[in-house]
Design a protein around this ligand. Structure first.
Ligand code: ADP
Length: 263
């Protein structure tokens, strides 16, 4: 078949083959999307991010001196992310403690976030970000990154930009946004499922992309554009949550002022 005809044929099949089980449009994020900042009072910064049935909580501690001393980097600070999926986060209890998967996701989270941090300002110090997935229905690394970015901003760590993360994928030949657990791991028809988590700065730069499955370059471009638009939606939700905490702080300080507590 002529190459152009082949592409047209693919295009025709592209939106018909897969119908989402939850009734979402192909480019629709799961709901609800909830974001809240300041959920762990003892942390220097914290945030919760929920998308559909996936819920992540991030807590930031630091910046503080890195111990042991030989791990200190005198030229820049260290962003240390620890991703953990709680044993009760999925239906069948999972073994607590670190795994290959959690170690990989922790590293990826650091790579996704570090480009927007002014990490050079924190020589010999460490910023710890603990991410806990309390409910998992796919897209947990993205939810964790979204929560972590808000928690870092809440901790007052200077950032060049926020980051927003979303997964996009291909079910056989159909491009879809924000895969749920069935789409991520259980769909097996045709070419099966391809999962592509991507993280963007608000400026639209990609700080992290992973690809698990098969996809051609034309479809990859399409998925990236779909994810970019969705990341903007997520950014607005993160920004609103961060502004909310500003409002509370303002309300609290007005309250203190009106009661003349320190006068
Ligand atoms: P992500 O959550 O970032 O999409 P994966 O693709 O590795 O990462 O996992 C997809 C989903 O599979 C998870 O969100 C979770 O619902 C489920 N899952 C992952 N690991 C396990 C596990 N060890 N036991 C049960 N379910 C798991």
């Amino acid at each position: 078949m002529h190459q152009k005809e082949e592409i047209l044929q693919e295009d025709k099949m592209a939106t018909k083959t897969y119908k989402r089980t939850d009734g979402r449009k192909n480019d629709e994020l799961r709901s609800p999307i909830l974001a809240k900042v300041g959920v762990i009072p003892n942390a220097d910064g914290s945030a919760m991010f929920q998308i559909g049935k996936t819920i992540a909580i991030a807590a930031v501690y630091g910046p503080r001196k890195m111990h042991p001393q030989h791990s200190q980097n005198p030229e820049k600070g260290t962003l240390r992310c620890t991703y953990n999926m709680n044993s009760f986060s999925v239906e069948d209890r999972i073994r607590p403690g670190p795994s290959r998967r959690s170690t990989e996701i922790s590293k990826i989270t650091e790579w996704a976030i570090e480009p927007v941090l002014m990490i050079g300002e924190y020589s010999s110090q460490v910023i710890d970000v603990h991410i806990n997935i309390i409910q998992a229905d796919a897209g947990t690394r993205c939810a964790g990154i979204n929560a972590a970015a808000m928690a870092l901003a809440h901790a007052g760590i200077p950032m060049k930009d926020l980051v927003s993360s979303v997964s996009v994928g291909k079910m056989d030949k159909t491009i879809v946004l924000d895969l749920d657990k069935y789409e991520d791991s259980e769909f097996k028809e045709g070419e099966g499922s391809t999962d592509i988590p991507i993280t963007f700065t608000h400026g639209g730069e990609i700080t992290h992309i992973q690809l698990d499955g098969k996809i051609n370059s034309k479809q990859l471009k399409e998925t990236i554009e779909m994810a970019r638009k969705a990341a903007e939606e997520i950014y607005e939700i993160q920004k609103k949550a961060l502004k909310e905490i500003g409002k509370w702080k303002h309300q609290i300080s007005q309250e203190i002022e009106s009661r003349n507590i320190y006068k």
